[in-house]
Write a protein that binds this ligand. Structure first.
Ligand code: 5GP
Length: 212
């Protein structure tokens, strides 16, 4: 009997401006077997953002409705808006054998960690706090106030690195992506993930030799 191997759940977080978004995009280009979960949010679309591609943009009422229906794997309030990970799609993808990336904030990641103990939790760090500030400013989509809020919370958030399995410094996107690919490769070889299928295939061979 062949068990279809379940994909790996990868949770990527870190302070805004650390470069999570760019890293995710690049990872998706490099890895065929990867699905990036599209979150729901109540914040307004930024220029160029597309419904169903970057986010599902919902009203607060629509969002609350989905919370009530238990549609989210996790949800959190980030800078005054709600964000949530649609549960059914993530499950469907993992079951089909795809690896799934969640690019979510730290509160969300900690909630997922309680449920999905076999997930891989990766924290993306900026090369320096100066660089982080420069990146947040360069993004330019924030008002002065939200810029300061994001920068201050970035300082606090870095303390949460100890809750994660891996920390990846984003010096350059290329290097960061290489490190994450290395992490995934190693995770796929972990005995606790694959021992059952190894033992099963061993049994299968013995069965064939004895009875075929
Ligand atoms: P942005 O508004 O800049 O797209 O995202 C703001 C923050 O919300 C980022 O840290 C991003 O990772 C996080 N975020 C995006 N989607 C989700 C989600 O589904 N759940 C949680 N908890 N955070 C999310």
């Amino acid at each position: 009997m062949h068990n279809h191997k379940r994909g790996i759940l990868i949770v990527l977080s870190g302070p805004s401006g650390a470069g999570k978004g760019t890293i995710c995009k690049e990872l998706l280009k490099q890895c065929d077997n990867l699905y990036l979960s599209v979150s729901a949010t109540t914040r307004n679309p930024r220029e160029g953002e597309v419904e169903g591609v970057n986010y599902y943009f919902l009203t607060k009422d629509e969002f609350r409705e989905k919370v009530a229906q238990n549609d989210f794997l996790e949800h959190a309030e980030v800078y005054g808006n709600y964000y949530g990970t649609p549960k059914s799609k993530v499950e469907e993808m993992l079951d089909s054998g795809k690896d799934v990336i969640l690019e979510i904030d730290i509160q969300g990641a900690l909630k997922v960690k309680e449920k999905a103990t076999d997930g891989v939790f990766i924290f993306i760090l900026p090369p320096s706090m100066e660089e982080l500030k420069a990146r947040i400013i360069k993004r330019g989509s924030e008002t002065e106030e939200s810029l300061m809020t994001r920068f201050k919370s970035a300082y606090q958030e870095i303390n949460y690195v100890s809750k994660y399995n891996y920390a990846v410094v984003n010096d350059t996107v290329c290097e960061a992506v290489k490190k994450i690919e290395g992490i995934l490769l190693a995770e796929k070889c972990r005995v606790d993930r694959i021992k059952e299928s190894i033992l099963e295939s061993k049994e299968g061979t013995i069965h064939e030799q004895l009875y075929d």
